[in-house]
Design a protein around this ligand. Structure first.
Ligand code: NDP
Length: 294
Protein backbone atom coordinates (compact mmCIF):
# COMPACT_ATOMS: atom_id res chain seq x y z
CA UNK A 1 0.00 0.00 0.00
CA UNK A 2 1.13 3.54 -0.67
CA UNK A 3 -0.63 6.28 1.25
CA UNK A 4 -2.58 9.10 -0.33
CA UNK A 5 -0.66 12.31 0.22
CA UNK A 6 -2.82 14.93 1.96
CA UNK A 7 -2.15 18.20 0.16
CA UNK A 8 -2.11 20.79 2.93
CA UNK A 9 -1.04 23.53 0.53
CA UNK A 10 -4.10 23.01 -1.68
CA UNK A 11 -6.48 22.70 1.30
CA UNK A 12 -5.01 25.84 2.83
CA UNK A 13 -5.32 27.76 -0.47
CA UNK A 14 -9.01 26.77 -0.64
CA UNK A 15 -9.59 27.92 2.94
CA UNK A 16 -7.77 31.21 2.30
CA UNK A 17 -9.94 31.82 -0.77
CA UNK A 18 -13.04 31.08 1.33
CA UNK A 19 -11.83 33.56 3.97
CA UNK A 20 -11.15 36.23 1.32
CA UNK A 21 -14.75 35.85 0.05
CA UNK A 22 -16.03 36.14 3.64
CA UNK A 23 -13.88 39.22 4.21
CA UNK A 24 -15.29 40.91 1.09
CA UNK A 25 -18.83 40.25 2.34
CA UNK A 26 -17.88 41.59 5.80
CA UNK A 27 -16.49 44.79 4.26
CA UNK A 28 -19.67 45.24 2.18
CA UNK A 29 -21.85 44.88 5.28
CA UNK A 30 -19.82 46.66 7.93
CA UNK A 31 -17.81 49.19 5.93
CA UNK A 32 -14.48 48.07 7.35
CA UNK A 33 -12.10 45.14 6.97
CA UNK A 34 -11.34 42.77 9.86
CA UNK A 35 -8.02 43.56 11.55
CA UNK A 36 -5.35 41.21 12.88
CA UNK A 37 -2.48 42.58 14.95
CA UNK A 38 0.60 40.48 15.67
CA UNK A 39 3.03 41.36 18.45
CA UNK A 40 6.61 40.10 18.35
CA UNK A 41 8.94 40.62 21.30
CA UNK A 42 12.65 40.10 20.64
CA UNK A 43 14.55 39.14 17.52
CA UNK A 44 14.22 35.35 17.24
CA UNK A 45 14.74 34.83 13.48
CA UNK A 46 12.19 31.98 13.14
CA UNK A 47 9.52 34.03 14.92
CA UNK A 48 10.31 37.05 12.72
CA UNK A 49 9.74 34.89 9.62
CA UNK A 50 6.40 33.59 11.01
CA UNK A 51 5.26 37.12 11.83
CA UNK A 52 6.23 38.34 8.34
CA UNK A 53 4.29 35.57 6.61
CA UNK A 54 1.26 36.08 8.85
CA UNK A 55 1.18 39.77 7.90
CA UNK A 56 1.44 39.00 4.18
CA UNK A 57 -1.33 36.36 4.34
CA UNK A 58 -3.55 38.77 6.30
CA UNK A 59 -3.23 41.46 3.64
CA UNK A 60 -3.76 38.94 0.83
CA UNK A 61 -7.07 37.94 2.44
CA UNK A 62 -8.16 41.59 2.33
CA UNK A 63 -7.79 42.17 6.07
CA UNK A 64 -5.87 44.89 7.88
CA UNK A 65 -2.54 43.72 9.24
CA UNK A 66 -1.05 45.41 12.29
CA UNK A 67 2.41 44.59 13.55
CA UNK A 68 4.39 45.55 16.65
CA UNK A 69 8.05 44.52 16.92
CA UNK A 70 9.24 45.22 20.45
CA UNK A 71 12.81 44.94 21.79
CA UNK A 72 13.88 41.76 23.62
CA UNK A 73 14.17 43.65 26.93
CA UNK A 74 10.52 44.84 26.85
CA UNK A 75 9.01 44.61 30.34
CA UNK A 76 5.93 42.56 31.12
CA UNK A 77 4.14 45.75 32.19
CA UNK A 78 4.81 47.40 28.82
CA UNK A 79 3.57 44.34 26.92
CA UNK A 80 0.43 44.15 29.09
CA UNK A 81 -0.18 47.86 28.42
CA UNK A 82 0.02 47.23 24.66
CA UNK A 83 -2.39 44.28 24.95
CA UNK A 84 -4.82 46.53 26.86
CA UNK A 85 -4.60 49.16 24.08
CA UNK A 86 -5.29 46.53 21.41
CA UNK A 87 -8.17 45.08 23.47
CA UNK A 88 -9.77 48.55 23.49
CA UNK A 89 -9.16 49.27 19.78
CA UNK A 90 -12.39 48.65 17.83
CA UNK A 91 -10.45 48.18 14.55
CA UNK A 92 -8.54 45.20 15.99
CA UNK A 93 -10.48 41.93 15.83
CA UNK A 94 -7.62 39.54 16.43
CA UNK A 95 -4.54 39.79 18.67
CA UNK A 96 -1.68 37.34 18.39
CA UNK A 97 1.32 37.57 20.70
CA UNK A 98 4.05 35.48 19.09
CA UNK A 99 5.47 32.80 21.40
CA UNK A 100 7.94 32.14 22.90
CA UNK A 101 8.32 35.34 24.93
CA UNK A 102 11.59 36.44 26.60
CA UNK A 103 12.25 35.09 30.10
CA UNK A 104 11.28 38.27 31.99
CA UNK A 105 7.68 37.98 30.70
CA UNK A 106 5.14 35.50 32.09
CA UNK A 107 3.41 34.22 28.94
CA UNK A 108 0.42 32.84 30.90
CA UNK A 109 -0.24 36.32 32.29
CA UNK A 110 -0.03 37.87 28.81
CA UNK A 111 -2.37 35.27 27.26
CA UNK A 112 -4.86 35.77 30.08
CA UNK A 113 -4.82 39.55 29.45
CA UNK A 114 -5.97 39.21 25.83
CA UNK A 115 -9.70 39.77 25.33
CA UNK A 116 -11.00 36.18 24.74
CA UNK A 117 -13.13 37.55 21.86
CA UNK A 118 -9.90 38.66 20.11
CA UNK A 119 -7.79 35.63 21.10
CA UNK A 120 -7.27 34.25 17.58
CA UNK A 121 -4.55 31.88 18.85
CA UNK A 122 -7.22 30.20 20.99
CA UNK A 123 -4.93 29.99 24.02
CA UNK A 124 -6.91 32.05 26.55
CA UNK A 125 -8.30 29.84 29.37
CA UNK A 126 -11.86 30.87 28.35
CA UNK A 127 -11.34 29.53 24.83
CA UNK A 128 -9.56 26.42 26.13
CA UNK A 129 -12.53 25.82 28.44
CA UNK A 130 -15.06 26.31 25.65
CA UNK A 131 -13.19 23.80 23.48
CA UNK A 132 -13.04 21.16 26.21
CA UNK A 133 -16.75 21.75 26.91
CA UNK A 134 -17.52 21.18 23.22
CA UNK A 135 -18.84 24.75 22.90
CA UNK A 136 -18.14 27.31 20.20
CA UNK A 137 -15.05 29.47 20.69
CA UNK A 138 -11.73 30.33 19.09
CA UNK A 139 -9.72 27.11 18.59
CA UNK A 140 -5.90 27.01 18.30
CA UNK A 141 -4.92 27.21 14.63
CA UNK A 142 -2.63 24.18 14.19
CA UNK A 143 -5.01 21.56 15.64
CA UNK A 144 -7.90 23.24 13.79
CA UNK A 145 -5.97 22.78 10.56
CA UNK A 146 -5.14 19.16 11.40
CA UNK A 147 -8.82 18.50 12.01
CA UNK A 148 -9.76 19.87 8.57
CA UNK A 149 -7.18 17.55 6.98
CA UNK A 150 -8.42 14.54 8.98
CA UNK A 151 -12.02 15.35 8.01
CA UNK A 152 -11.01 15.39 4.38
CA UNK A 153 -9.26 12.02 4.63
CA UNK A 154 -12.29 10.58 6.42
CA UNK A 155 -14.63 11.62 3.64
CA UNK A 156 -16.03 15.09 3.70
CA UNK A 157 -16.34 18.01 6.01
CA UNK A 158 -18.81 16.35 8.36
CA UNK A 159 -16.12 13.92 9.41
CA UNK A 160 -18.82 11.53 10.59
CA UNK A 161 -16.57 8.52 9.97
CA UNK A 162 -14.27 9.77 12.69
CA UNK A 163 -16.86 8.67 15.26
CA UNK A 164 -15.58 5.58 17.03
CA UNK A 165 -12.15 5.69 15.37
CA UNK A 166 -9.10 5.06 17.57
CA UNK A 167 -6.90 8.17 17.65
CA UNK A 168 -3.47 8.68 19.19
CA UNK A 169 -2.16 12.21 19.73
CA UNK A 170 1.55 12.24 20.53
CA UNK A 171 2.39 15.39 22.48
CA UNK A 172 0.36 17.23 25.13
CA UNK A 173 1.28 20.88 24.67
CA UNK A 174 -1.36 23.54 25.23
CA UNK A 175 -0.68 24.76 21.67
CA UNK A 176 -1.13 21.48 19.77
CA UNK A 177 -1.53 18.15 21.62
CA UNK A 178 -4.21 19.00 24.19
CA UNK A 179 -6.53 20.99 21.86
CA UNK A 180 -6.05 18.31 19.18
CA UNK A 181 -7.18 15.64 21.65
CA UNK A 182 -10.21 17.79 22.58
CA UNK A 183 -11.20 18.27 18.93
CA UNK A 184 -10.96 14.54 18.23
CA UNK A 185 -12.92 13.75 21.39
CA UNK A 186 -15.61 16.24 20.32
CA UNK A 187 -15.72 14.41 16.95
CA UNK A 188 -16.38 11.18 18.93
CA UNK A 189 -13.02 9.50 18.29
CA UNK A 190 -11.61 7.36 21.09
CA UNK A 191 -8.52 9.34 22.00
CA UNK A 192 -5.23 8.39 23.64
CA UNK A 193 -2.80 11.20 24.48
CA UNK A 194 0.83 10.07 24.53
CA UNK A 195 3.80 12.04 25.88
CA UNK A 196 7.38 11.62 27.05
CA UNK A 197 6.34 9.36 29.95
CA UNK A 198 4.16 7.05 27.83
CA UNK A 199 5.07 3.36 27.98
CA UNK A 200 4.88 1.35 24.78
CA UNK A 201 4.23 4.20 22.34
CA UNK A 202 4.60 1.71 19.48
CA UNK A 203 1.71 -0.35 20.90
CA UNK A 204 -0.57 2.70 21.12
CA UNK A 205 0.28 3.82 17.59
CA UNK A 206 -0.30 0.30 16.22
CA UNK A 207 -3.98 0.44 17.33
CA UNK A 208 -4.65 3.90 15.93
CA UNK A 209 -6.80 4.73 12.90
CA UNK A 210 -5.64 8.35 13.32
CA UNK A 211 -2.13 9.33 14.42
CA UNK A 212 -1.22 12.95 15.12
CA UNK A 213 2.43 13.52 16.00
CA UNK A 214 3.37 16.85 17.63
CA UNK A 215 6.64 16.19 19.41
CA UNK A 216 9.63 17.90 17.77
CA UNK A 217 11.85 14.81 17.34
CA UNK A 218 12.74 13.99 13.72
CA UNK A 219 11.34 10.67 12.52
CA UNK A 220 10.54 9.40 16.04
CA UNK A 221 7.34 7.61 14.93
CA UNK A 222 8.51 4.55 13.00
CA UNK A 223 6.80 3.42 9.82
CA UNK A 224 6.41 -0.15 11.06
CA UNK A 225 4.31 1.07 14.04
CA UNK A 226 1.58 2.44 11.75
CA UNK A 227 -1.65 0.46 11.41
CA UNK A 228 -2.24 -0.30 7.71
CA UNK A 229 -4.65 2.27 6.27
CA UNK A 230 -4.31 4.79 9.13
CA UNK A 231 -4.54 8.55 8.68
CA UNK A 232 -1.19 10.03 9.72
CA UNK A 233 -0.85 13.74 10.49
CA UNK A 234 2.67 15.05 11.05
CA UNK A 235 2.77 18.35 12.93
CA UNK A 236 6.51 18.26 13.65
CA UNK A 237 8.82 20.75 11.98
CA UNK A 238 12.46 19.82 12.50
CA UNK A 239 15.47 21.15 10.63
CA UNK A 240 18.11 18.48 10.18
CA UNK A 241 21.65 18.73 8.82
CA UNK A 242 22.50 16.74 5.71
CA UNK A 243 25.92 15.18 4.97
CA UNK A 244 26.58 17.82 2.28
CA UNK A 245 26.26 20.60 4.87
CA UNK A 246 22.81 21.69 3.70
CA UNK A 247 19.70 21.39 5.89
CA UNK A 248 16.23 19.99 5.33
CA UNK A 249 12.86 20.19 7.11
CA UNK A 250 11.44 16.88 8.32
CA UNK A 251 8.55 15.89 10.53
CA UNK A 252 8.18 13.62 13.56
CA UNK A 253 7.11 10.67 11.40
CA UNK A 254 9.48 8.38 9.50
CA UNK A 255 7.85 9.49 6.25
CA UNK A 256 9.10 6.79 3.85
CA UNK A 257 8.23 3.95 6.24
CA UNK A 258 4.81 5.38 7.11
CA UNK A 259 4.03 6.10 3.46
CA UNK A 260 4.20 2.36 2.75
CA UNK A 261 1.57 1.48 5.39
CA UNK A 262 -0.70 4.49 5.97
CA UNK A 263 -3.91 5.24 4.10
CA UNK A 264 -3.32 8.99 4.18
CA UNK A 265 -0.30 11.02 5.24
CA UNK A 266 0.72 14.69 5.41
CA UNK A 267 4.12 15.67 4.00
CA UNK A 268 6.58 18.00 5.77
CA UNK A 269 6.75 20.66 4.50
CA UNK A 270 3.43 21.21 2.69
CA UNK A 271 1.09 19.43 5.08
CA UNK A 272 0.01 20.93 8.41
CA UNK A 273 2.20 24.07 8.16
CA UNK A 274 0.18 25.95 5.52
CA UNK A 275 -3.04 25.10 7.38
CA UNK A 276 -1.93 26.95 10.50
CA UNK A 277 -1.84 30.39 8.85
CA UNK A 278 -5.06 29.70 6.89
CA UNK A 279 -6.82 28.84 10.17
CA UNK A 280 -5.45 32.01 11.77
CA UNK A 281 -7.13 34.03 9.01
CA UNK A 282 -10.34 32.03 9.46
CA UNK A 283 -10.23 32.70 13.22
CA UNK A 284 -9.77 36.44 12.61
CA UNK A 285 -12.81 36.56 10.32
CA UNK A 286 -14.80 34.53 12.86
CA UNK A 287 -13.76 36.94 15.66
CA UNK A 288 -14.69 39.97 13.52
CA UNK A 289 -18.11 38.51 12.72
CA UNK A 290 -18.79 37.64 16.35
CA UNK A 291 -17.72 41.14 17.50
CA UNK A 292 -19.94 42.70 14.83
CA UNK A 293 -22.84 40.52 15.97
CA UNK A 294 -22.94 38.92 12.51
P1 NDP B 1 6.26 21.04 22.86
O1 NDP B 1 7.74 20.93 23.00
O2 NDP B 1 5.52 22.06 23.64
O3 NDP B 1 5.60 19.61 23.19
C1 NDP B 1 6.19 18.42 22.76
C2 NDP B 1 5.42 17.25 23.33
O4 NDP B 1 6.06 16.06 22.90
C3 NDP B 1 5.37 17.21 24.86
O5 NDP B 1 4.07 16.96 25.30
C4 NDP B 1 6.32 16.06 25.21
O6 NDP B 1 5.93 15.31 26.35
C5 NDP B 1 6.17 15.18 24.00
N1 NDP B 1 7.32 14.30 23.85
C6 NDP B 1 8.64 14.63 23.97
N2 NDP B 1 9.41 13.53 23.80
C7 NDP B 1 8.56 12.50 23.59
C8 NDP B 1 8.75 11.13 23.37
N3 NDP B 1 9.97 10.58 23.33
N4 NDP B 1 7.67 10.34 23.20
C9 NDP B 1 6.42 10.87 23.23
N5 NDP B 1 6.18 12.19 23.43
C10 NDP B 1 7.24 12.99 23.61
O7 NDP B 1 6.01 21.21 21.30
P2 NDP B 1 4.74 21.78 20.47
O8 NDP B 1 3.52 21.02 20.78
O9 NDP B 1 4.71 23.26 20.54
O10 NDP B 1 5.25 21.41 18.98
C11 NDP B 1 5.50 20.08 18.59
C12 NDP B 1 6.11 20.06 17.20
O11 NDP B 1 5.19 20.64 16.29
C13 NDP B 1 7.40 20.88 17.04
O12 NDP B 1 8.21 20.21 16.07
C14 NDP B 1 6.93 22.19 16.47
O13 NDP B 1 7.93 22.83 15.69
C15 NDP B 1 5.79 21.72 15.60
N6 NDP B 1 4.76 22.74 15.36
C16 NDP B 1 4.32 22.88 14.08
C17 NDP B 1 3.33 23.78 13.78
C18 NDP B 1 2.85 23.86 12.38
O14 NDP B 1 2.26 24.85 12.01
N7 NDP B 1 3.05 22.81 11.57
C19 NDP B 1 2.76 24.66 14.81
C20 NDP B 1 3.20 24.37 16.15
C21 NDP B 1 4.19 23.44 16.39
P3 NDP B 1 5.95 15.93 27.85
O15 NDP B 1 4.70 16.76 27.94
O16 NDP B 1 5.91 14.74 28.72
O17 NDP B 1 7.20 16.74 27.95
Amino acid sequence: MSAVLIDGKARAAALRAEVATGVAAFVATHGRAPGLTVVLVGDDPASAVYVGSKGKATREAGMISGEYRLPADTSEADLLALVATLNADPAVDGILVQMPLPKQIDSDRVIAAIDPAKDVDGLHPINTGLLVSGRDGLVPCTPSGCMLLINEAFGGSSGSNIAGAEAVVIGRSILVGKPMAALLTNASATVTVAHSRTRDLAGHVARADIVVAAVGIPGMVKGEWIKPGACVIDVGINRIALPDGKTRLVGDIDFEGAMARAGWITPVPGGVGPMTIACLLANTLKAARARAGA
